[in-house]
Design a protein around this ligand. Structure first.
Ligand SMILES: [Mg+2]
Length: 423
């Protein structure tokens, strides 16, 4: 399945990290109407720390420390200018909307707290979330400053997706401190629609069998890719909802290739791959488990995690040289171990590394284990120069075996090949 992750009222949530006193209050972020970054069509927005000058309104800097930055939006005559770029759910409850004029919003919600934007802070958080997601999911695409897509196929079994995305959402809140909503579906387009339905701070999965019921009442314009002119065209054909759209295949498809493609996307029949843009630095896998005492069973589970992680590493075509395993025990006890090894990556070797790490890290043998994580980092390229020569030729043989297993798994699923020690 594909997932879509969207930060809930991002700029407000980001501001609340710096100003926790704004939690549960109606807050909005003001902005200049010409800032490209707010444009929903501005896909492929890159996060750039060094060259963010054009986005950073230094003019507002002086106001950052005050409770309310309303003064920053007053002109020389004291008139409030500017529009809102983000508003909190508390503000939305009073009728305040994004892109509303600030003075209008203040009439609707007199106790609305207006904050100035802080692009550097937003970009830093966006980058942090991207890094975090990349360490959890093999394929992550950043679609905008607060939106990401991920591909879970071959990584998380369909029946485990509800738990996986709920845990991911809670972990993002814990680690990056941002509330997000997550949608999951067979295609990225439907996953995005699911996220909208999951908001705020929720998760929603749309199974293929639920698709038609789910989209039935959704206004056509809410679908990414239906702009003003397409909306007008649909309306003139008496099509107002996505449900109506899928029932009028002939009409829609007669409008040409774009409409034809749109029809496929809305009906969940076409998809586009997840495109990763940045170089990842690490990849890991972790699972919270029912308190487990039996070490043989623990070992078996580490094998399973290693097999999954190995699949992802091979899919990414990277060679990790640092391996890290951590154990969380009951009673808040933790332990971890890591080793570095500059050798060709093979699945067999990786399994024994993980088991070695487990044996070394497991120092509280009288305690139950509640979570295991494995993380691989410091990637290098597949070259003799960078890798140790010891066993290089044997490793090459093992590598081709690993590659064969990978092909089989990509075709038939991750569980088709298991290690003897897992059974
Ligand atoms: Mg958002």
């Amino acid at each position: 399945m594909k997932i879509h992750i969207d930060i809930d009222c991002f700029f407000v949530s980001a501001t609340r990290i710096l100003h926790p006193e704004l939690e549960n209050k109606p807050v909005a972020i003001g902005g200049r109407s010409d800032t490209k970054i707010f444009n929903k069509d501005a896909k492929k927005q890159t996060v750039n720390f060094e060259n963010s000058g054009s986005f950073v309104p230094t003019f507002y800097k002086a106001y950052e420390e005050s409770d309310d930055d309303l003064d920053a939006f007053k002109d020389e005559n004291g008139k409030v200018r500017g529009i809102l770029t983000t508003s909190s759910y508390e503000a939305r409850a009073t009728g305040v909307k994004t892109t509303m004029r600030i003075d209008e919003a203040l009439r609707l919600c007199p106790n609305l707290i207006i904050k100035a934007p802080n692009m550097t802070h937003y970009q830093k958080l966006s980058h942090e979330l991207h890094e975090f997601l990349s360490s959890k999911i093999p394929l992550v695409e950043q679609a905008s400053i607060d939106e990401f897509y991920g591909d879970l196929s071959g990584w998380v079994e369909d029946q485990d997706i509800p738990n996986f995305i709920k845990e991911l959402k809670d972990e993002i809140k814990r680690v990056v401190k941002l509330p997000v909503s997550i949608g999951a579906a067979k295609t990225r387009y439907i996953a995005k629609l699911a996220t909208t339905a999951a908001k705020p701070f929720g998760c929603k999965i749309i199974q293929p069998s639920q698709l038609h019921d789910f989209i039935k009442e959704i206004p056509a314009a809410e679908f990414a890719g239906i702009g003003k002119s397409m909306k007008a065209r649909l309306n003139s054909a008496q099509i107002h909802t996505l449900g109506e759209l899928v029932h009028r295949r002939g009409t829609v498809e007669s409008w040409g290739p774009y409409a034809k493609d749109l029809y496929q996307r809305v009906s969940g029949l076409s998809d586009a791959p997840i495109q990763t843009q940045t170089k990842r630095k690490s990849i890991g896998i972790s699972r919270t488990i029912e308190p487990l005492f039996c070490r043989d069973e623990l070992k078996r589970r580490v094998h399973v995690l290693a097999r999954h992680l190995s699949f992802a590493i091979l899919k990414l075509e990277v060679i990790p040289t640092v391996f890290h395993l951590s154990i969380h025990y009951e009673m808040n006890q933790k332990s971890h171990k890591n080793i570095s090894l500059s050798e060709i990556f093979t699945e067999k070797k990786f399994h024994s590394i993980c088991i070695d790490l487990l044996e070394q890290a497991d120092i509280q043998k009288r305690l139950h284990v509640i979570r295991v994580s494995i993380n691989c980092s410091s990637f290098t390229r597949d070259s003799r120069k960078e890798l140790s020569l010891i066993g290089f030729n044997d490793d090459k043989k093992m590598q081709s075996l690993t590659k064969e297993s990978q092909k089989i798994r990509e075709k038939y699923g991750l569980d088709i090949l298991k290690w003897g020690s897992e059974l």
